[in-house]
Design a protein around this ligand. Sequence first.
Ligand code: C2E
Ligand code: MG
Ligand code: MG
Ligand code: MG
Length: 283
Amino acid sequence: SAKVTGRGRYQFFTEAMQLTAQRRMQLAKDLRNALSAEQLFLEYQPIVSLTDDRLSKVEALIRWQHPQLGLVSPAEFIPVAEETGLISEIGDWVFREAVSKSEAWQTLLQRPFQISINTSPVQYRDDTHRISSWIDYLRERCLSSKTISLEITEGMLMENSADIENCLLLIRDAGMEVALDDFGTGYSSLAYLKRMDIDFLKIDRSFVRNLQPDSNDLALCEAMIVMAHKLGIQVVAEGIETREQKELLKSARCDYGQGYYFSRPLSAERLQEFLCNGPDERH
Ligand code: C2E
Ligand code: MG
Ligand code: MG
Ligand code: MG
């Protein structure tokens, strides 16, 4: 009867919710040791210039190899890290790891090599201490402030706090570059563009996924690109998977592209091979 179905559904939902909550609790507990146990690592995804198809820089993407659960996605564990406050420690590790790789690849290529890292609003919340220490870290090593660029999200700009504003001022003063990630998915993106001094805008994958000639998505991409350029901001399109998407974005004067069409995120070793020998033809 309807009653039984109803109760059955209710039980199903609570069981599913309980499993989710249990997994989150386990992740929160295990994440504490993940850094020291060296279960966290970075992969690097090429960002390619659409004008000449050359690799411009890479984005570092964190991974967690959990001993029992296998590979856990950052989309799942970064929110847990934010809630537990572990994100600050993890974020510092990401920064230093990316600096050391940038330094190594700069030496290998004999030219500057920028690595873009993702940052969470929580990392800017306390005070400016953390950002100052990153800037000092680069200075102590005589590295350019362009060694690392910081990806921030609209969520961060929405917080509207003095700490965050001060952090952004510090970053700008030091000459570090900033990219606004997942552009177009948050609220009132345009208001932030007016207020914020950023270098790159990353068009979210959701606009690129179904890109077709004469589509609404293409009209939106074109409008975002024109607007960004008028504000002196360069544009990266995320999630390019096909040649057609790439060609449409190139025709729309998008500056850079990132996505499986060019390369999936690669281990440090694989990226280094890519840098030395060009893209692996098997992929
Ligand atoms: P994001 O910064 O927008 O990164 C792009 C995501 O799209 C990555 O997912 C990447 O693997 C994926 N991607 C790239 N090209 C394609 C494509 O052509 N098709 C499809 N379907 N996907 C593509 P990933 O690595 O799972 O990361 C998810 C999110 O986790 C990132 O989104 C970022 O917000 C966050 N994240 C990753 N690493 C870090 C980190 O070190 N710190 C913080 N705070 N967040 C991070
Ligand atoms: Mg990103
Ligand atoms: Mg993104
Ligand atoms: Mg995205």
